[in-house]
Design a protein around this ligand. Structure first.
Ligand code: G6P
Length: 605
C-alpha cells in the first residue's frame, strides 16, 4: 500500500528520501510528499503524481539533515497534493506520514472541529498530527504515545517535530516499520527495499512499538512506555537485486528470474537419501503430521491461486484433504478452527492485511498456522512464527510472477515432506525430487516461448475478453493466467474449470473471444481435447498450452513447454501465459509495473 521513509543523520536527507520513495513506489503511487527540518523551519513539499514529479518539482534549497517522505495509494480522500502526506498540525510544528487506516478518525475529527480545529485534507491521517501537537508532553515519543492511545485502527508512522528537531519518532500497529542502522545516521521505512542502498543492518518494529531515531542511536519502547531491547539483523539481499538491470520492466525481469528463484526456494531442502524434503522452519513433529486430518490454505490474489495449486499437491502427494480459500472470506466467516488441521498462510509480501488477520484469528483460537512467505521478518512471517521462506528475492512489479512459482515449489516441498511421513513411498518421493531438480531448467526452456507468446498477443491485440480453462491441476494455472492478463493489460479475462464451460460460459464463445486451454500431457488429455472441440465447433479460437505436438494439428495455435512430472507441470505451463500478459500489456502501452488502481501490498481492508 503506501510507503514511508525517513532519515536522520549528518548529510542532506532529501536525496535519500526521494530514492527510498522511488523504491517504495510499487506499494502505492498516486501522490507523494516529504518534510524536512531546515534551520528551525519545518518545510513540506507535496505533489499529485509519481516520485519523478516530486523530485522534478522539489524547490531549490529544500534540504535538511532530518526528513520523512511518503508515497500514497488513496483510501480516504482523492489523490491530490492536499491529501498527500506529510500532514501537519495547524501550527505547522508536527509532520506525520502514515500507512494504514484510522477507524475512529471521523469521531476524533468531529471532537477537534468542535474545539475550533481546522482540517486541510480529507484524510484520516491528519488527525494524528493534530493529536500529537495537542499533547503537553515535552518528549516527542511521549506525545506520540498519547496520541496513539486515542487511535483505533492500523498504522505505520514517522513523525517530525520542530521542538525536537533531532528526532524521528516511528510507531507500528498492523503496518510494517523497519529501522535501518547506519554510521552516524538512522533510517526508517515501511520496507527494507527502501533502505538497502544505505544499510543492511535492520531492526524490525513489532506491533505496539515506538522507535526514537537520532543521528547516533535509536531506542525502542512499547506503547505503554517501557523500554524494549531490539535485535539488529543483517539482510542479505543486495541493492542490485532491487534494480531493473538490463530489463525494461520489473515484470519481465521477474518472469526471467524464475529459474533462479526456484533454485533458491529448493536450496538445501531436498534430501535424496530419504526421498523427502527438509523443512526445518515448519516445526511440525512426525506425530503431529500423522495426526493431521486436513490442510487449509489461505491467501489473496496470486497467493490464493498458488494455494489452489498447493492444495492439489498436498492431496495428491500427501493424501491429506486440502483446500484453499481467500483469506478475506475466511476471516469474516467466524471460521471453525480444528486442532487436527494445519493452516497455511501464503503471502509474498507478508503484509497483506486480510491474510494477517486470518493468521491472528487462527492463532487466537489455538490453531496451528505455517507461513509461506517471501519477505523475511514480515508481519505474517512473524505472526505465524513458523513456516517456509521462499527466498525468491525481492518482487517489485505489482503483478506477482516469481513468487507464484516459488510458492508452488514450496508447496511441493511441503507435500513431499508430509507425504513421506505418511503414505508416500520412497520411489514416488524420488520421482518428485528428480522432477524438482529439473524444474529450473524446464522453466528456463519455457522462457524461450517468449517469441510465440508475443505473436499470440499481437494476433489477438484487438481482443476485449479472453477465457482461460484447465482441468484439475490446469485450473489454478488458468486462474492465475486470467488474473495476470486482467491486471497488467486491462483486458477482461475469466478462468473456468474446463468442464464448467458447458454450464454457462459456452454461450459467449464466438470468433472474437479466444480461449486459452491448459492441456498437459496427462490422464485428462482426452477430456481436454473434447473441450477444445466444443469450443471450436462454436467458432471460438483456441490457443493450447501444453506438451504434445499433436496440439499443433488440433488447434493450429499451440505453445509447448518441457514436460516434467504431472504434479510439477503447472509451474512450467504458467510461464508462456505470464509472457502473454506481459506482451499484451506492452502492445497497449500501459504502466506495466504499476497497473492502475492496484498496489503490491494491500495493508488495508
Ligand atoms: C495484491 C497484489 C497481488 C497479490 C496480492 C497478495 O493484490 O496486487 O499481486 O497477489 O496482493 O499479496 P501477497 O503479498 O499477500 O502475496
Amino acid at each position: 500500500m503506501c510507503g514511508i521513509v525517513g532519515c536522520v543523520g549528518y548529510r542532506d536527507a532529501v536525496p535519500m528520501v526521494l530514492d527510498g520513495l522511488s523504491r517504495l513506489e510499487y506499494r502505492g503511487y498516486d501522490s507523494a510528499g516529504m518534510a524536512v527540518i531546515d534551520g528551525g523551519t519545518l518545510r513540506i513539499h507535496k505533489v499529485k503524481g509519481k516520485i519523478s514529479q516530486l523530485r522534478a518539482t522539489t524547490p531549490a534549497g529544500f534540504s535538511g539533515t532530518i526528513g520523512i517522505g511518503h508515497t500514497r495509494w488513496a483510501t480516504h480522500g482523492v489523490p491530490n497534493a492536499v491529501n498527500a502526506h506529510p500532514h501537519t498540525d495547524p501550527s505547522g510544528r508536527i509532520a506525520v506520514v502514515h500507512n494504514g487506516i484510522i477507524d475512529n478518525a471521523q469521531a476524533i475529527k468531529d471532537s477537534l472541529l468542535a474545539r475550533g480545529h481546522v482540517f486541510r485534507s480529507d484524510t484520516d491521517s491528519e488527525v494524528l498530527a493534530h493529536l500529537i501537537a495537542l499533547s503537553r508532553a515535552p518528549a516527542l515519543a511521549e506525545a506520540v504515545r498519547e496520541a496513539l492511545g486515542a487511535i483505533e485502527g492500523t498504522y505505520g508512522i514517522a513523525v517530525l517535530d520542530l521542538e525536537n528537531p533531532t528526532q524521528i519518532v516511528a510507531a507500528r500497529n498492523g503496518s510494517p516499520v523497519v529501522i535501518g542502522i547506519g554510521e552516524n545516521e538512522h533510517f526508517v521505512a515501511s520496507d527494507v527495499g527502501a533502505l538497502i542502498r544505505y544499510t543492511q543492518q535492520i531492526a524490525y518494529l513489532d506491533d505496539g512499538e515506538i522507535a526514537v531515531l537520532e543521528r547516533d542511536h535509536f531506542r525502542t519502547l512499547s506503547i505503554e512506555g517501557t523500554e524494549r531491547t531490539k535485535g539488529v539483523e543483517t539482510v542479505d539481499w543486495s541493492a542490485g537485486t532491487y534494480d531493473k538491470g538490463e530489463y525494461e520492466h520489473y515484470l519481465r525481469k521477474e518472469i526471467f528470474e524464475q529459474p533462479d528463484a526456484v533454485r533458491r526456494t529448493l536450496s538445501g531442502r531436498l534430501e535424496p537419501r530419504f526421498a523427502t524434503a527438509h523443512l526445518g522452519g515448519i516445526e511440525l513433529s512426525a506425530q503431529e503430521i500423522l495426526r493431521t486430518r486436513r490442510v487449509q490454505i489461505l491467501g489473496c490474489g496470486s497467493a490464493y491461486y498458488a494455494g489452489l495449486a498447493g492444495a492439489q499437491l498436498i492431496e495428491r502427494i500427501a493424501r491429506i484433504p486440502a483446500d484453499a480459500e481467500p483469506a478475506s472470506e475466511f476471516r469474516y466467516r467466524n471460521p471453525i478452527i480444528e486442532a487436527d488441521t494445519v493452516y497455511v498462510a501464503v503471502s509474498q509480501s507478508g503484509e497483506t492485511l486480510d491474510t494477517l488477520r486470518a493468521v491472528q484469528e487462527i492463532r487466537r483460537k489455538g490453531g496451528t498456522v505455517l507461513g509461506i512467505v517471501n519477505v523475511v521478518g514480515s508481519s505474517i512471517a512473524r505472526a505465524c512464527g513458523r513456516g517456509i521462506y521462499l527466498h525468491a528475492g525481492p518482487e517489485i512489479s505489482v503483478t506477482s510472477t516469481k513468487s507464484f512459482t516459488s510458492t508452488v515449489t514450496a508447496f511441493t516441498l511441503l507435500a513431499l515432506h508430509l507425504g513421506r511421513i505418511r503414505d508416500l513411498g520412497q520411489g514416488e518421493g524420488g520421482r518428485l525430487i528428480a522432477s524438482l531438480e529439473a524444474l529450473p531448467a524446464a522453466l528456463h526452456a519455457a522462457l524461450a516461448t517468449e517469441g510465440q507468446a508475443r505473436e499470440v498477443a499481437a494476433r489477438y491485440r484487438e481482443m476485449t475478453s479472453a477465457f482461460f480453462v484447465g482441468r484439475v491441476r490446469g485450473f489454478p494455472v488458468a486462474a492465475e493466467a486470467a488474473q495476470k492478463l486482467k491486471e497488467v493489460s486491462y483486458i477482461h479475462a475469466e478462468a473456468y474449470p474446463a468442464s464448467e464451460l458447458k454450464h454457462g460460459p459456452l454461450a459467449l464463445i464466438c470468433p472474437e473471444l479466444p480461449t486459452f486451454v491448459i492441456i498437459p500431457d496427462d490422464e485428462l488429455f482426452d477430456k481436454n481435447v473434447a473441450t477444445i472441440r466444443e469450443i471450436q465447433s462454436r467458432g471460438g479460437p483456441v490457443i493450447a498450452i501444453g506438451h504434445s505436438s499433436a496440439l499443433y494439428d488440433l488447434t493450429g495455435e499451440a505453445i509447448l513447454v518441457p514436460k516434467l512430472e504431472p504434479e510439477i507441470d503447472p509451474m512450467v505451463l504458467n510461464v508462456p501465459l505470464q509472457l502473454l500478459a506481459y506482451h499484451a500489456a506492452l502492445l497497449r502501452d500501459v504502466d506495466i509495473d504499476q497497473p492502475r488502481n492496484l498496489a503490491k501490498s494491500v495493508t488495508v481492508e
